[in-house]
Design a protein around this ligand. Structure first.
Ligand SMILES: [Zn+2]
Length: 478
């Protein structure tokens, strides 16, 4: 969809909420709304009443409408919806730089699995804190962490999420227990996972959502319990939560499914009740046209991670083809191990470059589509399009102010082009989540960032020793 650039006074969407003491007005800002009409409003005003957006209009009209509201001058800023990272292993930041130049199997076997098996749960929480700080600094207001380890300290983890004020979808890693594929084993396994999910779902003022982080077979030795997948689907439906898992990522795991089950991965997922509107698949680099059709028909969503896919030579999701078939595709960074960043601005740019290069077309994936994938399509991927993903009346006020008055982002002929092709996370100035300011002038509020960085440096040496890795390029104090 092409953006509609509006004269500021043309469209007035007022909710009827009168001004009050809690009202905040962001004025003199350029609003890239990503609303149904993709309006871009110059010299806009955005009224925030508590947690929600009350009005979006010209700054002049908004100031008249809410004369007693607190004012935030957004001159020189672009207001965008908070970015939604739908594939972010938030517990991997302490490993940044330790997974380079690796194929996925040694990557999992030599780095990820030993780390998860040996790490102190406190380091898992610290890693999340560091990742979330990076996300907030770069305009991400919501993330999906797909494989949250069952051994993690969920109380401390959710406290960090609440203290920092970001939204998180935690996919609690769930795999079949050892033993026969029986209804009993499936019931017990899923009940154990569900009890943890019930405990933490919708905590921290609703910032935390708990999903199933499903384990599906990818290689020889992986378990395979049809009764378990059926039980997960039923429980997810009952709880009203989603399911997230890595899918058809590598050529090896797609051929493994074909060789073992005689079907393609999407057929296997369909046959095992693991597709649908509440399911978010990660990667899908090797999907065939038949599988794209299956995903479209089932309403399943895909999270695309172009930087990690390129870095690890995973494969290339044909995004324009998948979108054209009607599959919703969102964006994700993957994480510090294989990106090595949580900056969604870099992800948007990479998404365009990858498709343009492989399709040999300079318009294969436009900046507008990339921005949609990072915002409104991200909200759709997590089933919250009615609440998140655009700056529109009635939605939660997850809003990012991007400072364009920098040499690298001036002039602004085309605001969406600048956002996708010229901006980086370092341009992010202010971040709101549910109307609460969590980043101001590039500083996270209510958090001693230096302390977290110092602890991360302390953990770095410990982590390398634990994994038996040396890193001659380590920085001072590491
Ligand atoms: Zn992943």
């Amino acid at each position: 969809m092409n953006p509609v650039v509006c004269a500021a006074t043309v469209d007035i969407f007022l909710s009827g909420i009168s001004s009050g003491e809690d009202m905040l007005v962001i004025c003199n800002v350029t609003a890239v709304t990503m609303d149904d009409r993709r309006r871009i409003i110059g010299d806009a005003g955005i009224a925030i009443d508590g947690q929600k957006i009350a009005a979006v209009d010209s700054a002049e009209n908004i100031r008249k409408r809410y004369p007693d509201a607190d004012l935030l001058d957004g001159a020189g800023m672009i207001a965008i919806p908070g970015l939604i990272d739908t594939h972010a292993h938030a517990d991997q930041s302490l490993l940044r730089g330790l997974g380079d130049n690796m194929h996925w199997m040694p990557f999992l076997d030599d780095v990820v699995e030993p780390y998860l098996a040996k790490r102190d749960p406190a380091d898992g929480v610290l890693a999340n804190a560091l990742s979330i700080m990076e996300m907030i600094h770069s305009g991400t207001t919501c993330f999906v962490s797909p494989n949250v380890d069952p051994r993690d300290d969920y109380a401390s983890l959710t406290n960090v999420i609440g203290d920092l004020g970001i939204r998180a979808v935690l996919g609690r890693f769930t795999m079949p227990d050892a033993g026969p594929d029986s209804e009993g084993v499936a019931r017990d396994t899923v009940a154990a996972a569900a009890s943890v999910m019930h405990r933490w779902h919708a905590t921290q003022q609703g910032l935390v959502s708990m999903w199933f982080g499903l384990m599906v077979p990818r290689r020889p030795g992986d378990t395979d319990h049809p009764a378990f997948y059926r039980a997960v689907a039923n429980e997810a439906r009952e709880m009203g939560v989603g399911i997230v898992y890595h899918f058809c990522s590598e050529i090896e795991d797609s051929t493994y499914i074909e060789d073992t089950y005689g079907v393609r991965p999407a057929e296997w997922s369909r046959d095992n009740h693991a597709l649908g509107p509440n399911v978010l698949l990660i990667n899908g680099c090797w999907v065939t046209p038949l599988e794209i059709q299956i995903l479209a028909e089932s309403g399943t969503h895909l999270a695309h991670s172009p930087v990690a896919n390129m870095k690890m030579a995973t494969g290339i999701l044909p995004v324009p083809d998948v979108l054209a078939a009607g599959v919703n595709v969102s964006l994700g960074t993957d994480g510090a191990l294989n990106n090595n960043s949580y900056d969604m601005f870099g992800e948007m740019k990479a998404a365009c470059l990858l498709q343009n290069a492989t399709k040999r077309s300079a318009s294969a994936l436009t900046a507008q589509t990339a921005l949609e994938m990072a915002t409104i399509r991200g909200a759709r991927s997590i089933g919250r399009e009615d609440e998140l993903g655009s700056i529109a009346v009635g939605k939660l006020a997850d809003i990012v102010l991007v400072d364009m008055r920098r040499p690298g982002t001036y002039p602004v002929h085309d605001v969406v082009s600048n956002l996708v092709f010229a901006t980086s996370g370092s341009n992010v100035h202010t971040v709101f989540v549910a109307g609460k300011k969590i980043l101001e002038a590039g500083r996270i509020l209510g958090m001693n960032e230096t302390e977290v960085l110092d602890k991360a440096a302390e953990s770095a040496l410990r982590t390398r020793r634990m994994l038996g890795l040396s890193k001659p390029g380590a920085g001072p104090g590491h």
